[in-house]
Design a protein around this ligand. Structure first.
Ligand code: ADP
Length: 497
């Protein structure tokens, strides 16, 4: 008989619960889904906040809805959690309430702190220890900001009266009625406080970032028993047996468990995570060294790179310049041309991510002629996805990562067959899209199923055959196009100086 796993997917814009049925053969199918949008707060330019209490209530609501729809708590065997990473919460252990709004990963309010630490020469040590560059993106400076902003919080942290954590820690603390203050190693790897190799909090980093160890959760593996949810919440208790940050959960969802396996999620932005195997890699190309997963003694590391504008460039064509009325229309417009006509679009709307890390770069279009029309803009925006992906894959190779046999993709943009073929052509690697798209939630469910012994490994994800795009571009054509892109990127960076 099928057993059910409850996956909680707490994302930046919504909170979702999905009930997965797991067959005796280990196949997963989604049988109930519930989703609640999450309010975004922008109190100042560059600040982004979420209400952690709202996140908790949305979690309860969505979990209750799918448990009811799937026939009640008795059919469920465990909970797995995946979450937006780095977003930081401070709460009061006595009241169980947040002491401030959560600071979201996109928030730049601590940019002055990381700039000062960089100027003081701390970045090489931080990167060697954590795999991460110094940037306000990561939790450590957000934690310190919260402790400074809430009166008395620093002293209370030393007495154990307030706790710090990322979203999975907050949810597990609430689900267990305050019994467990824990995190998993993938989420912990995004704080700038965890030693990437040994996976323990480092006292020197806690001191540097002014975060008391006493307020931090204990670090566990991704399919460990992380606690039991209180029986009163859902009409019965369930073990919480899996947790991983969203990008790592997607890696697990794709079954990318071997060195050289990689996935890229093309949504608003795009996130590449590549499994690099049994030891950490510290990037020389400003990729991020991070954890892929920790399953008991079975640990794998990853390199990660982000593209800030992927689908958002398509949204801009629709909302900013009105060239299309629907993202889906972009495919036919791109295909209406034989080639790019020499036009490149560098979508540096919010700066350029890895491997460029040029926060001040701006969007740039090069190569316009009197023949350029709307279709050239659209085609150039779609092609930019592929060039940016190629830049990340080149950085991976330069860092000594194993060569990819296949690039696994998910996310809204993968509906665009033109763009996916162009990714395959420019990156010279087959691109594979699984038929089931909820890779993040699936990864959390698979971790929990492994944790309770419902499945015995996380090898290749079973399921229906993927859609595959195979490279078919001639090498000299590829080289010519990439050269044009590189000139366009130089123009975008020069324009910002
Ligand atoms: P997120 O999870 O970041 O909200 P999604 O995975 O839901 O993103 O993907 C949404 C993005 O996909 C939007 O930016 C949209 O412009 C883009 N998109 C959706 N369909 C297409 C399409 N057919 N071609 C190109 N882009 C598309």
């Amino acid at each position: 008989m099928d057993r059910l796993i409850l996956a909680i997917d707490q994302g930046t814009t919504s909170t979702r619960a999905i009930a997965f049925a797991v067959s005796p053969q280990g196949d997963f199918s989604a049988v109930a889904v519930s989703q609640v949008e999450l309010a975004q707060h922008f109190p100042q330019s560059g600040w982004v906040e979420h209400d952690a209490a709202e996140i908790w209530h949305a979690t309860l609501r969505t979990c209750r809805a799918v448990i009811a729809e799937a026939g009640g708590i008795d059919g469920f065997a465990a909970i797995g959690i995946t979450n937006q990473r780095e977003t930081s919460v401070l709460w009061d252990t006595a009241t169980g309430e947040p002491l401030h709004r959560a600071i979201v990963w996109q928030d730049r309010r601590t940019a002055d702190v990381t700039a000062r630490l960089t100027a003081e020469g701390h970045e090489p040590m931080v990167q060697a220890a954590t795999g991460l560059i110094l940037d306000p993106y990561f939790s450590a400076t957000k934690f310190a900001w919260l402790l400074d902003a809430v009166p008395g919080a620093r002293d209370r942290a030393l007495r154990g009266e307030v706790k710090l954590g990322t979203i999975e820690s907050w949810l597990i603390w609430k689900l267990t009625g305050g019994a467990r203050h824990v995190t998993d190693a993938t989420n912990a790897s995004r704080t700038s406080l965890m030693d990437l190799e040994t996976r323990v909090w480092r006292d020197d980093l806690c001191t540097l970032f002014r975060v008391p160890r006493e307020a931090l959760p204990d670090i566990h593996g991704c399919s460990d028993h992380l606690g039991d949810c209180e029986a009163s919440l859902f009409g019965g208790s369930l073990p919480i047996h899996g947790a991983a940050g969203d990008q790592q959960a997607a890696l697990v969802g794709h079954g990318a468990m071997h060195p050289g396996d990689a996935k890229i999620t093309y949504g608003t932005g795009a996130f590449l995570v590549a499994n690099v195997g049994r030891s950490p890699v510290i990037s020389t190309r400003r990729l991020l060294g991070t954890l892929a997963y920790q399953l008991g003694d079975n640990v794998a590391w990853a390199l990660e790179g982000s593209i800030f504008s992927a689908g958002s460039a398509i949204q801009w064509l629709r909302d900013g310049v009105g060239l299309i009325d629907d993202p889906a229309r972009s495919e036919a417009m791109a295909r209406s041309l034989d080639d790019n006509g020499g036009v490149y679009l560098v979508p540096g709307f919010t700066g350029l991510g890895a491997p460029w890390w040029q926060p001040d770069a701006r969007g740039t279009i090069t190569g316009l002629t009197r023949d350029s029309g709307p279709a050239h803009f659209v085609r150039a925006a779609l092609e930019a996805l592929a060039y940016q992906t190629r830049d990340l894959l080149d950085a991976l190779v330069a860092d000594g990562a194993p060569r990819l046999a296949v690039l696994r993709v998910d996310g809204g943009v993968t509906a665009n067959g033109f763009a996916m073929q162009f990714v395959a052509d420019i990156c010279d690697v087959p691109v594979e899209r699984p038929p089931f798209q909820e890779m993040t939630a699936l990864g959390a469910a698979r971790l929990a199923a492994l944790g309770i012994g419902l499945i015995d490994h996380l090898g290749d994800a079973a399921g229906a055959a993927p859609t595959v795009w195979t490279p078919r571009m001639a090498p000299d054509e590829r080289a010519r196009l990439i050269k044009g892109w590189q000139s366009a990127v130089r123009a975008a960076i020069i324009a910002a100086q």
